[in-house]
Design a protein around this ligand. Structure first.
Ligand SMILES: [Zn+2]
Length: 388
């Protein structure tokens, strides 16, 4: 519902925290984000933004919000995801859906990651009118970043929004981030044939096949780590982790099938698609001629790495405003989708990653004014007085 005045900071933050928007790959936890999306749309409407609620194809009850003030081919996107991870109600000291202020912090589910940023982005935007902007200011709120990333993907597929710069307010304690790794999670199933263990000729042992498959994967890991290196990252090489395995039942039965789950974390310059293809080829080659069946499955669609060059005007502006050199981090974001839309993208937000995804998630009150100041300067540089 639109107000006929600008919403206050408290109304927006409390209203966002109050609107449950858990996203999860487990259907028993997953919920619609419609209430959060409609509230944001209402506030943006009362701030005279042109608002689009984008229903995400194939994901009923999931929506993105795109609010645009002003016009032009360039401009700035302030982006945040509306969803939160699931929560442990009993472990919170206050209600996770009630914005609570104590000990110099705001508390609430998603306040740091990253409803707090969405509220502050709207507050910064509320100080401007379309008339004074030479390039558009876009507030973007997405669905399901914490699970399938269907919100970010739907935007990239729809080719919107268009702008030149994007700030994603993930919790970075107000330090700019211009790089992160990408990730893929894969399953491989080796299919053999069961039989009595007394005579190996009666079957084909899938555990022995998996032994070869794992050997192929570990050799591939060695090659990846030899070939790719980036000193910006704490772990400067791509990683491959064997995370879960299941196969067989009895010692006296030939194991008929065996399934392995693994993840690969890739560096900028590598792509999910090419690494997935290569990993599958290595496993196939390792089992070549052995008579085993193979089934490959992706456990999620994967998330590409992000790399915005340090020479980008946005990275430079973020470094100057925060006094921090731009960093590389270990978590993935929706940055690659916005980058695919042609935007220079920086991750910079007031929350703290160390309190995200756990009970008593908080946001330091001391970060509120600095965040507004930084956003104000970005709006000034990239919307009001953009360089030609
Ligand atoms: Zn987040």
């Amino acid at each position: 519902m639109a107000l006929n005045r600008a919403p206050t900071r408290r109304e927006m933050l409390a209203g966002l925290i109050q609107a449950p928007s858990v996203s999860s790959v487990s259907p028993e936890f997953d919920m619609s984000n419609r209430q959060a999306a409609e509230r944001i749309a209402g506030w943006l409407d009362s701030l005279r933004f042109t608002v689009e609620l984008q229903e995400i194809p194939g994901h009923t009850g999931k929506l993105n919000v795109i609010g645009t003030l002003g016009k032009g081919p360039g401009g700035l996107v302030l982006a945040g995801h509306m969803d939160t991870v699931p929560y442990d109600h009993d472990q919170w000291d206050s209600d996770p859906f009630t914005l609570t202020e104590r000990d110099g912090h705001y508390y609430g589910l998603g306040i740091s990651d990253m409803k707090g940023f969405i509220g502050l982005a709207m507050e910064a935007a509320s100080r401007h009118t379309a008339k004074e902007l030479k390039q558009p200011l876009i507030v973007l709120a997405t669905a399901d970043e914490e699970s399938s990333m269907c919100g970010g993907r739907a935007l990239a597929e729809a080719g919107k929004p268009k702008a030149r710069y994007a700030v994603i307010g993930e919790p970075t304690s107000l330090k700019p981030v211009h790089m992160h790794k990408g990730i893929l999670m894969e399953s491989v199933k080796v299919i053999g044939h069961s039989g009595h263990s007394s005579d190996p000729a009666l079957g084909r042992n899938a555990l022995e096949g998996m032994f070869k498959a794992v050997d192929g994967l570990l050799k591939y890991r060695g090659e990846l780590q030899h070939k790719h290196h980036d000193p910006h990252f704490k772990v400067p090489v791509p990683t491959l982790n064997l995370g879960h395995i299941k196969g067989g039942d009895n010692p006296n039965r030939i194991c008929p099938d065996c399934e392995l789950h693994f993840d690969i974390r890739i560096l900028p310059g590598m792509t999910v698609e090419s690494v997935r293809k290569e990993a599958r080829e290595r496993v196939t080659a390792a089992l070549d001629g052995s008579g085993f069946g193979l089934e490959f499955r992706s456990l999620f669609r994967g998330s590409d790495p992000l790399m915005t060059p340090g020479t980008s005007e946005l990275v430079k502006a973020a470094e100057a405003l925060t006094g921090h050199k731009s960093e590389a981090v270990a978590f993935a974001t929706e940055g690659p989708f916005l980058q695919a839309l042609g935007m220079q993208t920086v991750i910079l937000g007031p929350g703290d990653i160390n309190v995200a995804h756990q009970p008593n998630e908080s946001l330091p009150l001391a970060n509120v004014e600095p965040t507004l100041h930084i956003l104000e300067q970005f709006i000034q540089s990239f919307c009001i007085a953009p360089a030609p």
